[in-house]
Structures are given as structure tokens and as C-alpha cells.
Design a protein around this ligand. Structure first.
Ligand SMILES: Nc1ncnc2c1ncn2[C@@H]1O[C@H](COP(=O)(O)OP(=O)(O)OP(=O)(O)O)[C@@H](O)[C@H]1O
Ligand SMILES: [Mg+2]
Length: 244
């Protein structure tokens, strides 16, 4: 199956003349749930921001559904993408208003917004928090609001940068189950950065190992973890050694 949603070609990202990402070619397939793993500073967040069109690279091309993304088309494409980070960055208002925001800025009718907000609050089990101020939520509650806010726009791609890393284990497990079933039921293409092998194994179908700004291996998650190549084994091998 070859149905690329996002294609990268000859991508170079530099910060103060230092090359921090170099991707000769990469395809994110429609329906893929891609994990990104690698050491701190490997370039995972930079790759996610490049794929999500948040930071234009210094060199290379990005295609979305086969169409070249230009400065002019970038905003329209970005509206079909949702991003959730480790810090939920909620707005200074109620949970309801936070979740409603994506549809409000898309000028959806009020009635539809209300129906959709209640639907997504229910899916993420936070209906009881609708009127609560976003700044008074626990970390786990805030991350649920963050995910509801991302999913309400029915994104073509959902980008998750370490969304669960600050949560306690039972909270993380429950949220992981919930987001996995939402993503699978809606068939949402997802990119998921994590340092947690359990999260990666449970949630993703494919895995890319990033080291020093380069993708060292990309394939089915089980395969990459069981058969790391020589470049990625320095990273994956540590995990396998620890868990064996
Ligand atoms: N705006 C910037 N200016 C200078 N250097 C930057 C900038 N953004 C990222 N970098 C550098 O690029 C490298 C990759 O950063 P990035 O945040 O993508 O790593 P990461 O793999 O997400 O790491 P972590 O696991 O710690 O989140 C790091 O060395 C970082 O210091
Ligand atoms: Mg990062």
C-alpha cells in the first residue's frame, strides 16, 4: 500500500548554521500511526514541526497528498492538521471554550459547535469538566482537554509530541487506551513522539529511529524493535538489553 499523505524530499533544517535535520526522502502514509524515537536532541520535535508545517525548512520540498506545499497553500493545509504537545497550552477560559475554539475559528454554526464539543468531551470522559476553568485542571485532565481540542477539527493528521510523559502510570495507560481507540475508529494518520517503549509498542504501527538529525531506520514497529539495524541498534539495543 503506497498512499502518501506527506512526502519530504531533500529536507535540511539548520539552526545557527548547524544542521539539525537532514532527510533525503520520507513518506508518511495515510492511516499510518508512526512512532518517533531517538535520544534527546536527535531532532524528533524538529521533524514533527517540519511535517506539521510549523517551521519551514531551509531546503527541500514538502508535499501534502501529492501537492507541493507553497507559502501560499501552507495555511490551508495547516488547518487540516492538529498538534498536541507535552505542555497542553490551554487558553485562559473554560474547558468548553477551549475545545470549541478550533470550530469557532473555522466559523462553524453555533449549534454544530455545541453538538461537537459535547461529543468530544464525552469521548474523552471530561463532560463533567465543561464549565471548569482550564487553569484549574490536573495534568491528566488538561491533556484530555488538549486531545479533545485537537480531535474536534477532524484532522487529516494528528501530531503528538510526548503528550503523556508528565502523567502518572495509571493515568497514562487509560489515556493511551482512549486515544488509540479514537485514532483507530476515525482512521486518523498520527505521528507520535515518545521516549517510552511501552507507549510505542502499544500505540504505533510503524517506527522511525532518529539519531543526529537523520532517520536511521523506518518500518513496522515490531520489526524495528526486534531487528534494529547497525545504526539504530546503539539506541534500541540499550532498550532490548534492559528488558531482556
Ligand atoms: N531554534 C533553535 N535554535 C538552535 N538550536 C535548536 C533550535 N531548535 C532545535 N535546536 C537544536 O536542534 C537539535 C534537535 O532538537 P529537537 O528539539 O528536535 O530534539 P528532540 O529529538 O525533540 O529532543 P528531546 O528528546 O529532548 O525533545 C537540538 O540539538 C537542539 O538544541
Ligand atoms: Mg522533542
Amino acid at each position: 500500500m503506497n498512499n502518501p499523505l506527506i512526502t519530504l524530499e531533500n529536507i535540511d533544517v539548520k539552526a545557527r548554521d548547524k544542521r539539525i535535520l537532514s532527510i533525503p526522502s520520507f513518506e508518511l502514509q495515510k492511516g499510518e500511526i508512526l512512532g518517533l524515537m531517538g535520544p534527546n536532541g536527535a531532532g524528533k520535535s524538529t521533524l514533527l514541526k517540519t511535517l506539521a508545517l510549523l517551521e519551514p525548512p531551509q531546503a527541500g520540498t514538502i508535499k501534502f497528498q501529492g501537492e507541493l506545499v507553497s507559502d501560499r497553500s501552507s495555511l490551508a493545509v495547516r488547518r487540516r492538521i492538529a498538534v498536541a504537545l507535552q505542555q497542553s497550552l490551554l487558553l485562559d477560559t473554560s474547558v468548553y471554550q477551549n475545545v470549541a475554539m478550533g470550530l469557532k475559528i473555522r466559523n462553524k454554526p453555533r449549534k454544530e459547535i455545541k453538538t461537537q464539543v459535547h461529543y468530544w468531551l464525552d469521548i474523552f470522559k471530561i463532560s463533567h469538566l465543561a464549565k471548569k476553568h482550564a487553569y484549574h485542571l490536573s495534568g491528566g485532565e488538561a491533556q484530555r482537554v488538549n486531545l479533545a481540542r485537537a480531535m474536534i477539527i477532524q484532522p487529516e493528521v494528528l501530531f503528538l509530541d510526548e503528550p503523556f510523559s508528565a502523567l502518572d502510570f495509571p493515568t497514562k495507560v487509560q489515556l493511551l487506551k482512549d486515544i488509540k481507540s479514537v485514532v483507530e475508529e476515525t482512521n486518523t494518520t498520527t505521528v507520535f513522539i515518545s521516549h517510552d517503549l511501552m507507549e510505542i509498542k502499544y500505540f504505533t504501527n510503524t517506527l522511525a529511529i532518529l539519531i543526529g538529525g537523520e532517520i536511521k531506520q523506518h518500518g513496522p514497529t515490531e520489526e524495528v524493535l526486534s531487528f534494529p539495524n547497525s545504526a539504530s541498534s546503539t539506541f534500541i539495543g540499550e532498550w532490548n538489553h534492559l528488558l531482556s
